[in-house]
Design a protein around this ligand. Structure first.
Ligand code: RFL
Ligand code: PHB
Length: 393
C-alpha cells in the first residue's frame, strides 16, 4: 500500500472539487484530488450554462477568468413565454445592474483542469474503490486503487465533492444524516446542436404541451430542452421529433425563426430536489451535488456548488492560515441557509413553468394565476430577478 499525505483530500474533480482545490492551492494549502472517471470523461459531460456573479468572481479569484470573459456572454435579461405571450425579465433593471454569465460548465471544468495542471496541483483520475475512513476520529484517511496499486491518502480534512452518486455522503451513517427529497414526475430531454440560438437571450417557455427552454453556449451553438415523461428514453426521440415538439411549445413568431440542425448530444435528466443535513460530519465536509440537488429550472445547481466552495474555502483558510476554526465550524449552517433559498427558488420556477400530470383543475388554475401575477407585478418580477442573478454569499 502506497501512502500519500496532504492537508485536504478532495473526492471528485467536478467543478466543486476543482474550484476548491484551486483556491486552496493558491493560498498554499496542499490538496490531492481523487476522481473516479477519466479526464476525457470529465471533460465530455455537458451540463449547466448560467453562472451567477458570485461564481464568476470566484472563478476570477481562482485564476480562470480570462477565457470566460472573452468567450462567455453577459446576459442582462431572459424571456418567459406563456402559451403565445412573451415577457422579458430585465435582470439588469430589476436588480440594479446585476447580470449573469452564459458560459458552459464543460468550459469551466476545462479551464480549472488546465489551471490546476499549470500550478502543480495533484489530481488522480480513474481512482477506483474510493473509501473514506475515520473522518469522525483523529486519523481521517481515504483509500482507493490507482493504476492497479492500493493507495492510502492521509489528511486533516476530507472534502466530499463527488456529486449525488458519490461515496462521501454514502459513507456517513444513516443515523447521523437527515435527507429531504422531492422527485418531479417528469424529466428534461436536452440536445446540443451547432445552430445559432433563436434569440440572443434565454427563453423559458411555459406551454400547455409542457415546458421548453432555449439556451446557448455561443452564438453558433445552441442548447435546448423540453419537458418529457419521467420514463422516456433518448432513443424514442429523433432530432426531427425534438425540433417539432419544441416549435409547438414556443410562440409562433419565435418558432418561425428557429434554426434547426443535427444534435451532437442528447440526454434525459430526471428532475429532483434533495438536501442532506448537516453538511459536515467530523472532518468530512459535503460540497455541491454531494449534499444537494435542485431541478435545473432556476439554473442553480452549479452556482450552489460554487457558494458551498466559497464557505468551505473561507473556513479552511481561517483554520490553516490563522489557526481560527470559527468559519469552518459555521460551514454547514452558512451553506445550508443559502442552499434552502435556492431549493425554494428552483422548486417555485419548476412548479410554475411545467405541466404536472394528475394536476387537479384547481391546482392548474392556481399555477396559471401564479405565473400571470409573477409576470404582471414589478414586485414579483424583482423577486424572481434577485434570485435568478443569485442571492449574496
Ligand atoms: P459533479 O459535477 O457531479 O462532480 C462530481 C465528480 O465526482 C466524481 N465522482 C467520484 N470521484 C471519486 N470517487 C467516487 N466514488 C466518485 N463518485 C463520483 C464524478 O465523476 C464527478 O467528476 O458535482 P459538483 O462538482 O458538485 O458540481 C455540481 C454541478 O455539476 C451540477 O449542480 C450542475 O451541473 C447542475 N445543473 C445546472 N446548474 C446550474 O447552476 N445552472 C444550470 O444551468 C444547470 N443546468 C444542470 C443543468 C445539471 C444538468 N444535469 C445533467 C444533471 C442542466 C442539466 C441537464
Ligand atoms: C443550460 O444552458 O444548460 C441551462 C440554462 C438555464 C437553465 C438550465 C440549463 O435554467
Amino acid at each position: 500500500m502506497k501512502t500519500l499525505t496532504t492537508q485536504v483530500c478532495i473526492i471528485g474533480a467536478g467543478p466543486s472539487g476543482l474550484l476548491l482545490g484551486q483556491l486552496l492551492n493558491d493560498i498554499g494549502v496542499d490538496t490531492i484530488i481523487l476522481e473516479r472517471s477519466s479526464l476525457d470523461h470529465v471533460l465530455s459531460r455537458v451540463r449547466a450554462g448560467v453562472l451567477e456573479q458570485g461564481m464568476v468572481a470566484l472563478l476570477e479569484r481562482a485564476g480562470v477568468g480570462e477565457r470566460m470573459h472573452s468567450q462567455g456572454m453577459v446576459h442582462g435579461g431572459f424571456a418567459i413565454t406563456h402559451e403565445n405571450d412573451f415577457h422579458r425579465i430585465d435582470l439588469d433593471r430589476l436588480t440594479g445592474g446585476k447580470t449573469v454569465m452564459v458560459y458552459g460548465q464543460t468550459e469551466v471544468t476545462k479551464d480549472l483542469v488546465e489551471r490546476r495542471a499549470a500550478t502543480g496541483g495533484v489530481t488522480h483520475y480513474e481512482a477506483s474503490s474510493v473509501d473514506l475512513h475515520d473522518f469522525d476520529g483523529d486519523t481521517p484517511h481515504v483509500t482507493c486503487r490507482i493504476g492497479g496499486e492500493d493507495v492510502r491518502v492521509e489528511c486533516k480534512y476530507i472534502a466530499g465533492c463527488d456529486g449525488f452518486h458519490g461515496a462521501s455522503r454514502r459513507s456517513v451513517p444513516e443515523s447521523a444524516i437527515r435527507t429531504f427529497e422531492k422527485v418531479y414526475p417528469f424529466g428534461w430531454l436536452g440536445i446540443m446542436s451547432d445552430v445559432p440560438p433563436v434569440s440572443h437571450e434565454l427563453i423559458y417557455a411555459s406551454h400547455s404541451r409542457g415546458f421548453a427552454l432555449c439556451s446557448m453556449r455561443s452564438m453558433s451553438r445552441s442548447r435546448h430542452y423540453i419537458q418529457c415523461d419521467a420514463g422516456d428514453s433518448v432513443e424514442a426521440w429523433s432530432d426531427e421529433q425534438f425540433w417539432s415538439e419544441l416549435r409547438r411549445r414556443l410562440p409562433p413568431e419565435i418558432a418561425e425563426t428557429l434554426t434547426i440542425g443535427p444534435s451532437f448530444e442528447k440526454t434525459i435528466a430526471p428532475l429532483r430536489s434533495f438536501v442532506a443535513e448537516p453538511m459536515r460530519f467530523g472532518n468530512l465536509f459535503l460540497v455541491g451535488d454531494a449534499a444537494h440537488i435542485v431541478p435545473p429550472t432556476g439554473a442553480k445547481g452549479l452556482n450552489l456548488a460554487a457558494s458551498d466552495v466559497n464557505y468551505l474555502f473561507e473556513g479552511l483558510r481561517g483554520y490553516f492560515l490563522e489557526g481560527d476554526a470559527s468559519l469552518l465550524d459555521a460551514y454547514s449552517k452558512r451553506a445550508l441557509s443559502r442552499v434552502w433559498k435556492a431549493v425554494r427558488f428552483s422548486w417555485w420556477m419548476t412548479t410554475m413553468l411545467h405541466r404536472f400530470p394528475n394536476q387537479t383543475p384547481f391546482e392548474a388554475r392556481i399555477l396559471e394565476a401564479e405565473l400571470a401575477y409573477t409576470l404582471e407585478s414589478e414586485a414579483t418580477k424583482a423577486a424572481l430577478a434577485e434570485n435568478y442573478v443569485g442571492l449574496p454569499y
